[in-house]
Design a protein around this ligand. Structure first.
Ligand code: PBG
Length: 330
């Protein structure tokens, strides 16, 4: 055949392939989500998330030293709040001595250069498990909730967090939090906005990890409808206008089209959350011997980079860092 183009020339061997590869995975891409619990010297594996743990603070710090040595520079911190600390309004969320606040101070004292993203939402702190304050009819009250989220953000900033990460999907919270941070002298604390967060069944294992599943109803009056793409751009634009430094799409895998659209439509870094259910699916299929865990994991994460994610929150981050450190050849 007389072919002008033979695309296979660029696939002949690993060296050529790596020269023309469009995206790469690096430890720089990742934020590692981690769960902290009360107590000492213990870690509990999350049943629906093999090899992911809730750590007591002492062991969490050891784990952070380990992942930092592997090159992971950022974590997202989620506290497992004891039932007796929960109430209807999530007041524990802004307790300066709360678990998240204590954890931030303790981590920064030992690993000062790790970048901490703290979660801002009420669900781990409310008895009903919703991300906001509820009225007698079960309606999530937007503006009342935002007031608490501002207090929570300021208390996390006072503890020394680098970024607050509102994952609640209340309207107007980014602007209110930005104002609250600035008014308290925390101009340098950033905001990672969960801008396009969908009402997804993929969060199940995470809610097991924190015991934070809603006791009644679902989250569809605040989290987005899975069918909507254009609405994601509306949410992202609002958050950027209100002061978001980084915007996020969540979940990632079933929403790669949204990641691509958000990347196209914005000029801020775009994060993607490879959520608990996505992690669980790979782990479960691998345990059954049905897929090659390592290859499927890397291919999945690469799809998020290719879609446009600058940053990936993933429970696989430590495993990826170990693979990269071993000189793995793609
Ligand atoms: C809390 C929050 C959730 C997740 C991150 N922050 C759960 C939810 O919104 O119900 C999910 C993360 C995951 O599934 O890995 N607002």
């Amino acid at each position: 055949m007389q072919l002008t183009h033979r695309p296979r020339r660029l696939r002949r061997n690993p060296s050529i392939r790596s020269l023309v590869r469009e995206v790469h995975l690096s430890v720089d891409d990742f934020i590692y989500p981690m769960f902290v619990m009360e107590g000492e010297n213990s870690r509990v594996e999350i049943p629906s998330m093999p090899e992911a743990y809730r750590f007591t603070l002492d062991l969490l710090i050891k784990e952070i030293e380990e992942i930092y040595a592997l090159g992971i520079k950022a974590i997202a911190l989620f506290p497992a709040v004891p039932e007796e600390k929960k109430d209807l309004r999530g007041s524990e969320s802004f307790n300066p001595e709360g678990l998240a606040q204590r954890a931030v101070r303790a981590i920064k004292a030992v690993v000062p250069d790790i970048i901490i993203f703290t979660d801002v939402a009420l669900d781990p702190f409310t008895t009903h498990g919703h991300d906001g304050i509820i009225d007698d009819n079960g309606v999530i009250l937007n503006d009342e909730t935002v007031e608490v989220l501002v207090k929570m953000s300021v208390s996390q900033a006072a503890a020394g967090t680098d970024f607050v990460s509102p994952s609640d999907m209340m309207d107007g919270r980014i602007g209110a939090i930005r104002q609250g941070l600035d008014a308290n002298g925390f101009e340098d604390v950033g905001i990672l906005a969960y801008s396009a967060k969908y009402a997804s069944a993929y969060y199940g294992p995470f809610r097991d990890a924190l015991g934070s599943a809603p006791k009644s109803g679902d989250k569809k009056t605040y989290q987005m409808d899975s069918a909507n793409a254009r609405e994601a751009i509306k949410e992202v634009y609002l958050d950027i206008a209100e002061g978001a430094d980084i915007v996020m799409v969540k979940p990632a895998l079933a929403y790669l089209d949204i990641i691509a659209k958000v990347k196209e439509a914005t000029n801020v870094p775009v994060a993607a959350y490879n959520v608990s259910g996505e992690y669980a699916m790979i782990k479960a299929a691998a345990q059954l011997g049905w897929i090659d865990e390592k290859k499927v994991m890397l291919e999945t994460l690469l799809s998020m980079k290719r879609a446009g994610a600058d940053i990936i929150l993933s429970y696989h981050a430590k495993a990826v860092a170990q693979i990269l450190a071993s000189g793995y050849c793609f």
